[in-house]
Ligand binder design. Sequence first.
Ligand code: GUN
Length: 291
Amino acid sequence: MSILIDGKATSDRIKGQIAQQVKEIIAKGGKQPHLAAILVGEDGASKTYVGHKEKACAQVGFKSTLYKFPADITEEFLLNQIEAINNDSDIDGLIVQLPLPSHIDENKVIEAIDPNKDVDGFHPQNVGKMMLNLPTFLPATPYGIVRLLQEYNISTKGKHAVILGRSNIVGRPMANLLSQKAEFGDCTVTICHSRTPDIEYYTKQADIIVAAIGIPEFLKGNMVKEGAVVIDVGITRMPDETKKQGFRLVGDVEFSSVEPKCSYITPVPGGVGPMTIVSLMHNTLKAAENK
Ligand code: GUN
């Protein structure tokens, strides 16, 4: 039997704390924190994520502005929009929802964001600071996972963490945070990815598994050690006619076979997803305070 890590309840509690801090700022005559989001194209999942971010802004008392552009905008147009937002003193934080259409260079776009407004923590300057354990905006998903581990008093010290996936958004920053000499770190970390032979060999040794590989139900019960902590970052839409939206959300973990072997496990939905959103709210408040 495992303990279910409730990301929804945890994120609601943190949102309550952020809302209180916003009230105090405004009571002292301060400015309402303001998050801007850029969404390019019509990807359904991206639209949903941005919608969740806007809703969370309203819940904590932030102002939010959504800039929606068609998929065929030029890179130059997008870079000009980013520059205008960088120069808008009312806006504290800016995110550009990824992925972008293939004709736009994602790295160029990320580098165009003012590092002081980069609340996703994707700008090379902020990635570098994270690497060096200097104060910065930590990427929302890895930071949300670290907070969940802390909230549930799951010690990471000396543990073997196996991370499935090497993305710049989750896998690699997660490996960095868990390996740091820090309260939430001190792990021995292994990163597995699409070119790793025999992934099972590693997952069977893991005390903590972070599954961010983007393959629905990839991690099965026979790949997991008894008592492991399993964090599921996966969120794939699988067609399901019995659902109102026509799909159900499936993680990277086969919950039915993995859950009985774990000490702790996150569900999908209601695990990591809400923690990503609340971490973005945390970073936006920090950006506003930094000014
Ligand atoms: N696409 C998937 N995850 C993220 C995220 O955390 N931030 C942005 N901007 N895009 C994403």
